[in-house]
Ligand binder design. Structure first.
Ligand SMILES: Nc1ncnc2c1ncn2[C@@H]1O[C@H](COP(=O)(O)OP(=O)(O)OP(=O)(O)O)[C@@H](O)[C@H]1O
Length: 258
């Protein structure tokens, strides 16, 4: 089992003051696996993603990627093969899709201090046009048609797709997607769903946070249901949807007259 696991989250716990936002959460992501992370508002989904990526420091637990324990800040974890998008897209809105993707291509090269030094020395002689071409190719790979307008002019779904492409430009083993469909229109949802399928087909792992249970059922191979920071269900999407845990988490136990 361990040999086929990319990401292993073990016993992650995070408190905010008296609030236990994430409570002893464990799950794994294998190559080509899409783990849907669902749960009501405040269940702990974003905090869990933040702790996996290093945006927040967990109080307990470990995260390993291909058997290697991840620690430290998110930049370090990104160099080790993790990538993410954000619940609220974090793009430079005045820049184009290509201009947002270019820095990720450079970040990918800084995988060790030696690489950083090499690229710092090589920088002045770098062919910038070739890098922009590569960024354009990444954008097209993820079906971004408009690579020249400022991202602020794109729809929310369009912006989220640029974030996915930028995250993929770092060539991650596992991608963490925090509500990638939120606010996207029909076209945006179809494009983002297509991107998830493509990433899955490449044998990478995906953690997909979303409230849209239909999309999770369609895309996820496994579902982790969170409530008050704890795992209430972990298994196949169809079983999760039909489970008592799902009913209790979303509709409350014992509400027979509603
Ligand atoms: N920075 C913070 N400081 C204090 N409490 C926080 C902080 N971030 C989140 N929380 C609390 O931690 C709990 C989990 O929040 P989190 O945002 O992770 O849930 P979520 O499942 O992502 O919710 P949503 O679906 O609404 O985004 C909630 O009780 C929330 O109020």
């Amino acid at each position: 089992m361990t040999g086929s696991v990319l990401l292993e989250v073990s016993g992650l716990t995070k408190n905010y003051g008296g609030v236990r936002a994430v409570d002893n959460v464990s799950f794994t992501v294998a190559p080509g696996e899409v783990v849907g992370l669902v749960g009501p508002n405040g269940a702990g989904k974003t905090t869990l993603v933040d702790c996996i990526f290093g945006t927040q420091k967990a109080d307990a637990g470990t995260v390993t990627l291909s058997g290697r324990t991840l620690g430290g800040a998110s930049e370090k974890r990104a160099r080790q093969g993790l990538s993410r998008t954000f619940q609220h897209p974090q793009l430079a809105l005045e820049l184009s899709a290509v201009e947002n993707i270019v820095p990720a291509l450079y970040g990918r090269r800084m995988s060790s201090p030696l690489h950083s030094l090499w690229w710092a020395l090589k920088g002045p002689f770098e062919n910038w046009g070739a890098t922009a071409d590569r960024a354009r190719a990444v954008a097209h790979e993820y079906s971004i048609d408009d690579t020249t307008s400022a991202c602020g002019e794109l729809s929310l779904g369009g912006q989220r797709l640029v974030e996915v492409a930028r995250a993929m430009a770092t060539d991650p083993q596992v991608l963490l997607l925090d509500e990638p469909f939120a606010g996207a229109d029909h076209t945006g949802i179809a494009a983002i769903a297509g991107a998830v399928r493509k990433i899955q087909a490449q044998g990478r792992g995906v953690v997909l946070v979303d409230h849209n249970v239909d999309l999770i059922a369609e895309l996820a191979t496994t579902v982790v249901l969170l409530d008050f920071g704890s795992v209430e269900f972990h298994g196949a999407p169809a079983e999760c949807l039909a489970s008592d845990a799902m009913r209790e988490v979303y509709f409350g136990a014992g509400e027979e007259n509603s």
